[in-house]
Every structure is written in structure tokens, then in C-alpha cells.
Design a protein around this ligand. Structure first.
Ligand SMILES: [Zn+2]
Length: 288
């Protein structure tokens, strides 16, 4: 089996094809601050923001044969697994950004990896004030499973994120444990958990731009008082298996070639009445 290397030429295709074990080995080589080498890989980088994604997929065993139809990726043999390898791919880029990184396993089977993380190391993310998860279908959207402070909602609205509603994900457990806000944002996959799953590479690139935007925003860091009840969600156990992937290198998606017009967004925020009032009271501002 080909090993994932830590080089800069790792393509989204490679992250999608990789077995869980290959991803685990890749993360291990990046020297996590805390890991049990299976359920969680936490990279504490001294930030107040922690970005989260899960390495497991609901894909069945079997060879992945990728089809790239005009920038839309799918798997000829069924479930693509961009949920959540798209998130893992973006996290691999986040090593260049100002954030802590948490990769979990077994999200698809009820958040077992993240549950073990908070049990084994209940204080590990005590410096985190906001969790941002990369594990959502679509693009330019977010869901929250907790109370979200009004100022956060206003910022997200101004940044053109649309609020949607979704079921359980890992941040449900993290927000409940630490009582800090969290959001899960769209990373460009669609029809996840079905044979019709696909990943739009333009949307993936835009998700990279969205992540940068969120990490460059100065949040006021409010606490929350409670997380939503997630006990009522039920999950079917659906194992995923490793498989081999071939050694084809694709050009890396150019997340950093996209023009990030931060000044334009900053102007827009300053021109928003509601946000201006908040900014004037020095509750928040956008860092560029
Ligand atoms: Zn997922």
C-alpha cells in the first residue's frame, strides 16, 4: 500500500481514496499533542479556535474508482466518502492556519471517538472558545446544535453563511462538554451516505476560503449555558473498511490561489447597521 506522505502534493483524490489506517498513519506522523492512535488526534497549537473533522466514512469495502466529471468527484463503486474526507483534506490545510486541530474517528457510529476524547482528556480543549467543524453537506451554510450567541449569528449572516438545521455531529458532544459555541459548516459534498454522493471541487475550494475567513474573524468568545439534548438521536452501526489505493497524483486543489477579498467583507461588516453597533461597542471586530 502506498503511504500518504506529509508533502504538499496531497490531493483531495488521495485523501478520499485512503484507508482509515493510512489517514491514521498520516496524522501520527504530524505529531499530535494528544492521541490514542485510533479515536482522536488533537493538535494543540495554542489557539482559541479548534477545527474538527472525522476520518471515518460510511463507505463499504471495495475499490474506490473516482470519476471526475468537470470538477465533480464521485465513486463509480458507490459511496464516495467525501463525508468526511473533504473535512480531513481541509484540516490538512489548516495546519498552516491559526487554530487547534481535532481529528476524530467513529463519528458515523455515534461520535464514539470524540466521546472517548472528552472522557480520556476532559481538559484538553479547555482553552477553546469556539469549535468549527468541517462536516456538512453543501456550501456557505452552517448548523449549530447549541445556543449560538446573537453576535455570532450576525457575523455569520454578514459573511453570507445561511443557517440550516441538522442532526448530531461531533461538536454536539464538544459543546456540551465545554459549554462553548460551535458550528458545523458545509464543505461541498452532497447526497452523503448514498451511492449518489459527490463532491463539488469548486465548493470544496470555497469551503477552504470560508474556513480562512472564520479563523480570521475575532469572535467575542461568549460561553453558552447549555447544549441541546442529543440523546434522542439514534445511529445505525455501519462499519467502514480499509482498502488499497493506486498511486496517481493529481494536481492539488489550489485553496490558496483563490482571492480572499477580506477588505470587501470587512467593509460589508462595517456597513451592516446591526454589526456596526456591536463593533462600536467594541464587542467584536474583524481582523484582517
Ligand atoms: Zn460526517
Amino acid at each position: 500500500m502506498l503511504k500518504l506522505s506529509g508533502g504538499s502534493m496531497m490531493s483531495i483524490e488521495k485523501f478520499i481514496r485512503a484507508s482509515d489506517i493510512a489517514i491514521i498513519n498520516y496524522l501520527g506522523r504530524r505529531n499530535p499533542s494528544i492521541t490514542d492512535n485510533e479515536n482522536y488526534f488533537y493538535f494543540n497549537r495554542g489557539s482559541a479556535l479548534t477545527v474538527v473533522a472525522h476520518l471515518d466514512t460510511v463507505r463499504k469495502a471495495g475499490k474506490v474508482e473516482l470519476i471526475n466529471d468537470n470538477g465533480v468527484l464521485s465513486n463509480k463503486n458507490g459511496i464516495l466518502g467525501a463525508d468526511d474526507r473533504a473535512g480531513i483534506f481541509l484540516l490538512s490545510k489548516a495546519f498552516k492556519m491559526d487554530c487547534n486541530i481535532l481529528v476524530t474517528n467513529y463519528e458515523e457510529t455515534g461520535g464514539k471517538g470524540v466521546s472517548k476524547f472528552v472522557k480520556d482528556y476532559p481538559e484538553a480543549c479547555s482553552g477553546t472558545k469556539f469549535f468549527i467543524e468541517l462536516d456538512r453537506q453543501g456550501i456557505d451554510n452552517y448548523v449549530t446544535y447549541t445556543e449560538l450567541p446573537t453576535s455570532y449569528k450576525l457575523i455569520l449572516e454578514t459573511l453570507d453563511f445561511k443557517e440550516e438545521y441538522g442532526s448530531f455531529s461531533d461538536i454536539t458532544i464538544l459543546s456540551g462538554h465545554y459549554l462553548v459555541p460551535s458550528i458545523n459548516i458545509g464543505v461541498g459534498y452532497y447526497n452523503q451516505h448514498t451511492a449518489k454522493e459527490y463532491l463539488d471541487l469548486q465548493d470544496l475550494a470555497r469551503a477552504g476560503r470560508n474556513l480562512k475567513l472564520l479563523l480570521r474573524t475575532k469572535w467575542q468568545h461568549e460561553k453558552i449555558t447549555k447544549a441541546l439534548d442529543y440523546d434522542s438521536y439514534g445511529y445505525e452501526f455501519d462499519d467502514s473498511y480499509g482498502y488499497e489505493f493506486d498511486d496517481v497524483l493529481y494536481d492539488e486543489l489550489d485553496l490558496y490561489g483563490i482571492t480572499d477579498d477580506f477588505q470587501k467583507i470587512k467593509d460589508k461588516i462595517i456597513n451592516s447597521d446591526k454589526l456596526r453597533r456591536l463593533i462600536e461597542s467594541e464587542i467584536l471586530n474583524l481582523v484582517t
